[in-house]
Design a protein around this ligand. Sequence first.
Ligand code: SDX
Length: 393
Amino acid sequence: GTGKFSYDPGYTATGSCKSKITYIDGEQGVLLHRGYPIDELAEQSDFLEVSYLLLHGELPNAAERDRFVNTITKHTMVHEQINYLYRGFRRDSHPMAVMIGVVGALAAFYHDTTDIDDAKQRMIASHRLIAKMPTFAAMAYKYSIGQPFVYPRNDLTYAENFLHMMFAVPCEDYQINPIHARAMDRLLILHADHEQNASTSTVRLAGSSGANPYACIAAGIATLWGPAHGGANEAVLQMLEEIGTVESISTFIGRAKDKDDPFRLMGFGHRVYKNYDPRATVMRETCHEVLDDLGLSDELLKIAMELERIALEDKYFVERKLYPNVDFYSGLILQALGIPTHLFTVIFALARTVGWVAQWNEMIEDPEQKIGRPRQLYTGPAQRSFVPLSERA
Ligand code: SDX
C-alpha cells in the first residue's frame, strides 16, 4: 500500500463498481445472469430474451418479449451513408478494425440525439447497438469478399438474420440450417456478459467521463480485439492449425510450459475461473452437435480434444488450474458454421454488446458513479533542474 491507495496491477484485487447483472464464483465455476445459471439460459432461452434480462433485470413476459423483439428488429437497418464508410477500408482490413471504425462513427450519426442523462435516449442507443451489430458484422464480411451487402430480414430471429446477412447472395436461394441457427444463438448467449472483464471495464471507464455511448462501445471493441481477451477464439484456430497433427501436440505443450518461450495455449486459463468455465461445458456440447450434423471429423477437432485431455492431466496445467475457457470451443463451432477465422472476435463483440450496454446503463444510473481515475506508483527520476542543450552530454 501507499497510504492513500494500493498498488494493484491488472486490478486482480480491486472491485471497481457495484453491479446487479452478473455473478461469477471462479472457484466453483458458477456463472449467473441476474441470478439465472448460464447453462439454463443457454438451453432454455434465446439471445434476445437474455438481452432483455441483462438490460432490464427480469425475464420478459410474453407481451414484453414481443415488444422487445419488435423494437430490436426495427433498428436492424443502418443508415445508407454507412455503406460509404466501408468503402474507405481496404478489402483485406481486419474486420475488428472496421468494426471499431463504423461503431465509433455511429456517434457522428446520433450524437445530437443522445442525451445520456435521459433514460429513454439511453435505451434507444442500447437498442440501436444491439440491433445494428449483426448488420455491421455481416457487412464487414461481405465487403471483404466483394459481395453486395444483404439487408436484414425482420421475419427471422436474431441469429437466423445474422446467418442470412452473412451467407445469402441475391441470385441464390439460401436456406438456414436450424441446427446452425441454434448453435449461433447459444454462442451469443454464452458471450453476452461476463462482469468486469477488460472490455466491459473499458466501456465503463470511457462512459464514466460522460462520453457518447457509441464511442464507448467502440473502445470496448478495441479492447476485446486483443489475443489475451476476445481475440483468443481466433488465436485458438491459428494455434490448432500451427500444431497441425496430433503427434506434434507434446512439442507445443512443452513450449507452453517454458517461461522463456512466449507461446501460450490459447483458449486455456482465466483470470477468475480456477475451475471449468461453465460456458465451456455448454460450448463443448454444442460443438459436438454442430460437427455431428455436418458429418465432419475435423482434424482440428481431434487436435483440440487431445490437447484438452493432456492439459487436464498435465501437472503444470493442473497446478495452475488452467482449464479450457469458452473461446477454446467457440472457434471450432464458428469454423464449422463456415465463418472465416478473422470474423470470430467480431461475433464475440456483437454478443458482448449486450453486456456492454447493460453495464453502461447501470453505471450511469448508479448514484455512487464517479469518473474512473486510477492512481499510480511513480518510479521515474526525482525532481531535477533543466539542462540546456549546450550542456548535455
Ligand atoms: C476471455 O475476463 C474475462 O472474463 C474474459 C472473458 C470474457 O467473457 O470476457 O472470459 C473472455 O478473454 C477468455 C480468455 C481468453 N484468453 C486466452 O485464452 C489466452 C490464453 N490465456 C492466458 O493468456 C491467460 O490465462 C489469461 C489472460 C486468460 C489470464 O491471465 P492472468 O489471470 O493474468 O493469469 P496469469 O497470466 O498470471 O497466469 C498464471 C500462471 C502463470 O504461470 P506462473 O508464472 O505462475 O508459473 O499460469 C500460466 C502463467 O504463465 N498461464 C499459462 C496460460 N495461462 C496462464 N500457461 C500456459 N498457457 C496458458 N494459456
